[in-house]
Design a protein around this ligand. Structure first.
Ligand code: ADP
Ligand code: 5GP
Length: 234
């Protein structure tokens, strides 16, 4: 009856540092093999346990600036003293192959994507409270106190952006947040603007085929039907 777009959906996930974006997206990827995570480039140093090409592509500031010049990024931003950017190259290819593509990016980058691709899906991950956010930033043990406070200050401003997104998910219990993000992605697939074509079959042909089917008694009248039903209930 309908043909839906084969092309994947571009999904932008933002929210303050420490709200749980990477943790949630990690789980969503484990559960869905038709979702592809875009790996960003950054000029920040790798954290313990992070890997080149898995968490980020690590560049020097100079290398990053050269790539900006060469129009390598779909969007980029400076955040807490470092550059972060989304490489363009693989995104269109993955979308065309039917993969949903997730970008986990901060607010300025999300704004840029909204300008470029307004039909993308924008999800904001919110911490349950400011106190909990600070606690999670500290427990992650990836930044020193100065950097934690810098991120917390940025987070305060970022939280005001929430109303510009399509959806907000409060990350209180992790499993609930993951389920909500997955449900939002599923629901988006059913939007009517993802219909490419409405295929109208030939009505007469369908009726003819139905009446000619041997299993169907096409001599059936209302009286005969009632009679049959009465015999059945006796
Ligand atoms: P972001 O990617 O938004 O910066 P992370 O995914 O790194 O945030 O999460 C920040 C810290 O909070 C991590 O140590 C992570 O394990 C923890 N965390 C994430 N979600 C939850 C949750 N629902 N409850 C408790 N801790 C969480
Ligand atoms: P972190 O240093 O914690 O890995 O990332 C800091 C912030 O930069 C996070 O909000 C993260 O989502 C964001 N970020 C990661 N990659 C990109 C990107 O390619 N572009 C933009 N604009 N932000 C990004």
């Amino acid at each position: 009856m309908i043909k839906q777009k084969k092309q994947g959906q571009l999904i932008v996930i933002s929210g303050p540092s420490g709200s749980g974006k990477d943790t949630i997206v990690g789980k969503v990827l484990e559960n869905n093999d038709k979702i592809w995570l875009s790996v960003s480039a950054t000029s920040r140093a790798p954290r313990k346990g992070e890997e080149e090409g898995v968490n980020y592509f690590y560049l020097t500031r100079e290398e990053f600036e050269e790539k900006i010049e060469n129009n390598y990024f779909l969007e980029y931003a400076e955040y807490a003293g470092n550059y972060y950017g989304t490489p363009k190259e693989k995104i269109v290819e993955k979308l065309d192959k039917g993969y949903d593509v997730i970008l986990v990016i901060e607010i300025q980058g999300a704004r840029k994507i909204k300008e470029l691709i307004p039909e993308a899906l924008f999800i904001f991950i919110m911490p349950p409270s400011e106190k909990e956010l600070l606690k999670r930033l500290a427990n992650r043990k990836t930044e020193d106190t100065e950097k934690i406070l810098e991120r917390f200050n940025v987070a305060y401003k970022e939280m005001n952006e929430v109303t510009k997104y399509n959806y907000v998910v409060v990350n209180d219990k992790l499993e609930d947040a993951v389920e909500k993000v997955e449900s939002i992605i599923k629901a988006e697939k059913c939007r009517v603007d993802r219909i490419e074509e409405v295929l109208v079959a030939n009505k007469e042909e369908i009726i003819h085929e139905f009446l000619m089917n041997e299993e169907f008694d096409n001599t059936r009248t209302k009286d005969k039907l009632e009679e049959d039903n009465e015999t059945k209930t006796k």
